[in-house]
Design a protein around this ligand. Structure first.
Ligand SMILES: NC(=O)c1ccc[n+]([C@@H]2O[C@H](COP(=O)([O-])OP(=O)(O)OC[C@H]3O[C@@H](n4cnc5c(N)ncnc54)[C@H](OP(=O)(O)O)[C@@H]3O)[C@@H](O)[C@H]2O)c1
Length: 457
């Protein structure tokens, strides 16, 4: 018999969503929506032990689940799901697990805690007062001996290995696709819920891909892994989805302007180094006060004549634009551009949507922007669009072009909300609208969105 540790926070429905995830994991078959039965075994102090028996569903489409004595379904949204079970579903018995439920906070692991997205995640957990019982900061062997700050303390960084997820409730992954592919399954084996910021599992049919303002309900069908969408897609959808809900988007042309922190800390270092070298000369880091110091050489250097050394991008990023993010496919699009269509379809439950994107890396540190031209099924006006966008959750309308007010990376960086502006009827599309949306991709595109997902559990 498996024993799983289930945290129970203030809200009963958090426990219920976890039970639904267990139910999904216990039963095989993609399309089957099995029923599940539970009974209370014991209650000691803060702990409640329950037995959960999965039932193989004999009838496709059965959505019913019996709560039994697990806990009272206090959340309205779950009442329908937790109604009495479909009789035929109990004809066949499935495996069972025992779950210990504890009133308390979550044991958290952050893989990639020293990176750009991981560092931001720790700040967001702290800022949003996420109920953390314990925190494990995990990195590569390169981070051995380092520590990261969390709630006024120094948390030592552990080297990633198979034991890192013991007794972990939620594991945030932000260490790239290879690490996620290898270690997310290990975290799930340890009964942690993995919230993955890489692209490794995003398009797996059984993995919800979630932006809480758009498809929070999808979290309920997770089986241990929840994926955080691509950062540029997230920024675009924060403005596109509220319009889509009313006017139904058909196709989109988009051009992105993506900050170097989207490539992690190495992207930031590359822009800093190349900018300094281009302005002051490559030797500017040596001999302060000497004839080659920045002060002495600044007025003698012709920036364009000094090709900076490149480490992570194929060409210099300082004073340049790279119409190239991720690798090129046979179609001529890059993987990043294809993600904008594929992920948008999955998140918005809109399989016929067509998105043609050009993704561009720009020499700014933080916040991605997207110029969007969208064609809708229903006619719309600028006034209607502005009204909808001004009320959309997680979005701010900044659209006073005659006062030079529109979203910009510098004004949106460090903010939770994305910003939209330059809203206008598109002159090339029937029922078309063009707009410009900016968002901090380290926050809404990564850390903030991941923590918002965890808050849904
Ligand atoms: N940056 C963004 O805006 C953004 C947005 C959305 C999603 N993401 C996703 O978040 C992930 C991380 O991106 P990032 O920008 O934060 O990159 P980053 O700044 O380069 O950080 C990478 C992190 O991963 C760790 N790491 C790398 N290899 C590892 C290994 N073999 N074992 C354990 N830890 C390892 C690094 O640890 P060490 O310090 O020890 O090397 C570091 O903490 C990527 O999957 C990326 O797609 C990033």
């Amino acid at each position: 018999m498996d024993v799983l540790h289930l945290r129970r926070d203030q809200k009963d429905w958090r426990a219920q969503t976890r039970v639904i995830a267990l139910k999904n994991r216990l039963n095989s078959g993609e399309r089957r929506l099995p029923a599940c039965r539970s009974r209370q075994l014991a209650e000691t102090g803060n702990w409640r032990r329950i037995e959960l028996r999965a039932q193989k569903c004999c009838r496709q489409g059965c959505r019913q689940l019996q709560a039994g004595s697990l806990c009272s379904p206090s959340h309205d949204a779950l009442r329908g799901v937790l109604s009495s079970p479909c009789r035929p579903c109990f004809a066949q018995r499935g495996p069972k697990v025992t779950i210990d439920m504890l009133m308390g906070n979550y044991h958290i692991a952050v893989v990639g805690a020293t990176g750009a997205a991981g560092t931001e995640l720790l700040r967001v957990l702290e800022r949003r007062n996420f109920p953390v019982a314990s925190l494990r900061a995990i990195g590569s062997a390169r981070s051995a001996g380092k520590s990261v700050p969390f709630r006024g303390e120094s948390v030592p960084v552990e080297k990633l290995d198979d034991r890192c997820f013991d007794k972990t409730d939620i594991a945030f992954f932000s260490a790239g696709g290879d690490v996620s592919r290898n270690y997310v399954p290990i975290a799930c084996q340890s009964d942690a819920i993995a919230i993955d910021k890489s692209s490794a599992f995003r398009m797996e049919p059984h993995v919800p891909l979630v932006i809480p303002e758009i498809n929070a309900d999808d979290v309920r069908r997770h089986r241990g892994i929840i994926a955080n969408p691509n950062c540029t897609t997230t920024v675009m959808l924060m403005a596109l989805y509220p319009l889509h809900r009313i006017f139904h988007v058909r196709r989109v042309f988009a051009a992105s302007y993506q900050a170097v922190s989207g490539s992690g800390t190495r992207g930031v270092e590359e822009l800093t180094r190349q900018t300094r070298d281009a302005v002051h000369g490559p030797k500017s880091r040596t001999k302060p006060g000497s004839s080659t110091s920045p002060e002495a050489t600044a007025d003698k250097t012709i920036p364009a004549s000094v090709p900076p050394k490149t480490r992570i991008y194929p060409h210099p990023i300082a004073f340049n634009l790279l119409p190239h993010i991720d690798s090129f496919l046979d179609s001529g699009y890059t993987k990043e551009e294809v993600k904008m269509q594929d992920e948008a379809r999955k998140i918005m439950h809109s399989p016929a949507l067509r998105v043609s994107a050009t993704c561009v890396r720009v020499p700014i540190y933080r916040a991605h922007s997207v110029a969007v031209s969208a064609e809708f099924q229903r006619p719309l006006s600028v006034e209607q669009a502005r009204e909808i966008l001004s009320k959309a959750p997680g979005l701010e309308l900044i659209d006073e072009p005659h006062s030079n007010r529109y979203p910009m990376p510098l004004t949106v960086a460090g903010k939770d909300n994305c910003q939209v502006g330059r809203v206008r009827l598109d002159c090339a599309f029937e029922n078309g609208l063009s707009f410009w949306v900016s968002g901090d991709q380290l926050l809404k595109g990564a850390a903030l969105n991941a923590v918002q997902i965890a808050e849904l559990l």
